[in-house]
Design a protein around this ligand. Structure first.
Ligand code: ADP
Ligand code: MG
Length: 347
């Protein structure tokens, strides 16, 4: 009776708790939060200073007593307390924005593939203690496939590659379940590190994390571009200690990224090798779907096609597939029941 009453009025929410970005979908409203998974903490007072975009602006610019935390390292909750605070902050903001006094929401949340029972329970506990009434966990690639409207309930092979910030997750899905999968800790953030390392080795320049990401987004590629470009590498000269700028070509940046791209391609091939032949035949016909922010790297789709012989399609709006999938699940009770992971709180 109460549940029915609450069910009618509460604004249920879907969450993509990503290593790089946290997105929240509110039923009947759409995506209301899309912010970096970053928290700034004052170590003197242990208080949260800011969360999301505001905290991210502070990266690399803080005095010693301000700590910038990326609480989700590689998609796993590296810092439970900070994750809980971040979730609570976002959930409260969603509630504030809906003006009226709302009962606690039902929450569907996308989680990484490689996750232990303890970590699964940590996410459930954090979500409940952040104010959720119920919490359902769904594997993020499953949610992404649902968000991209793949026919995951049919007896056909669906192949999805999600290149996020901390992990690349590769999965084949058929009949509502994940059949084979692989998760590697090489994705967007590792590419940024590759660029930092390259700038150091090739130019003797120390660059910051955020600037490395900017280089990747502005000038990074996985295959030669039609028109070559140059991009300034700005940082501190490791020899003189003074500011320095040099121009890098797209070919040089591609060299820097090559190792990560190769690792991703090798994992895609390894996942295919584990996949039953019937499903491979379907995938050959239907193609591969690419999601996550890393899917936006120029030419990464073609590199995967060249290596596998299978057409690759980038999802529309690849950064929001997971959260849109959780939104679809909020509206489809039967599908949600089919794909929800067993709760780790019962054991
Ligand atoms: P997560 O799910 O781990 O939070 P996202 O799917 O939000 O990750 O993707 C974030 C990653 O995508 C970051 O590493 C970011 O640098 C990268 N990214 C975003 N846009 C681009 C782009 N245009 N080219 C290459 N990488 C990109
Ligand atoms: Mg993600």
């Amino acid at each position: 009776m109460f549940d029915k009453f609450f069910g009618r009025f509460s604004r249920d929410i879907g969450i993509d708790l990503g290593t790089s970005n946290t997105l929240i979908y509110v039923k009947d409203k759409g995506i209301v939060i899309n912010e970096p998974s970053v928290v700034a903490i004052n170590a003197r007072t242990e208080q949260i200073l800011s969360v999301g975009k505001e905290a991210r602006e502070m990266v690399g610019k803080t005095p010693p007593h301000l700590i910038i935390s990326h609480p989700l390292n590689h998609g796993i909750i590296a810092d439970y307390e900070v994750t809980e605070k971040m979730l609570r902050y976002f959930i409260e903001r969603v509630h504030e924005e809906s003006f009226t006094l709302m009962p606690r929401p039902r929450v569907v949340i996308g989680t990484p593939l490689e996750i232990t029972e303890v970590e699964r329970k940590a996410i459930e506990d954090a979500t409940l203690s952040a104010g959720a009434r119920t919490v359902a966990l769904v594997e993020a690639p499953m949610a992404a496939a649902i968000g991209a409207r793949m026919p995951i309930q049919e007896a056909v092979g669906n192949f999805i590659i999600d290149i996020g910030g901390g992990t690349t997750e590769i999965a084949t899905i058929s009949l509502g379940g994940i059949v084979t999968w692989k998760s590697i800790r090489i994705a967007g953030r590792e590419m940024d590190k590759n660029i930092i390392q390259y700038a150091r080795d090739a130019f003797n320049i120390l660059i910051g994390e955020r600037y490395a990401e900017k280089i990747k987004i502005q000038a990074g590629s996985a295959l030669p571009l039609k028109e070559s470009i140059a991009y300034p590498i700005r940082g501190r000269d490791l020899i003189t200690g003074l500011p320095k700028e040099v121009m890098a070509t797209d070919a040089q940046i591609r060299d820097a990224l090559a190792r990560s791209i190769t690792a991703i391609v090798e994992s895609v091939k390894a996942t295919m090798e584990m996949t039953p032949p019937e499903l491979i035949a379907d995938i050959h016909e239907r193609g591969i779907l690419l999601t996550g922010g890393g899917a936006l790297l120029r030419g990464i789709d073609r590199v995967i096609t060249n290596a596998t012989g299978i057409p690759v399609r980038m999802a529309d709006d690849p950064l929001t597939c997971v959260v849109r999938g959780t939104g679809i699940l909020l509206d489809d009770e039967a599908l949600l029941r089919e794909v929800t992971l067993p709760s780790a709180r019962d054991v």
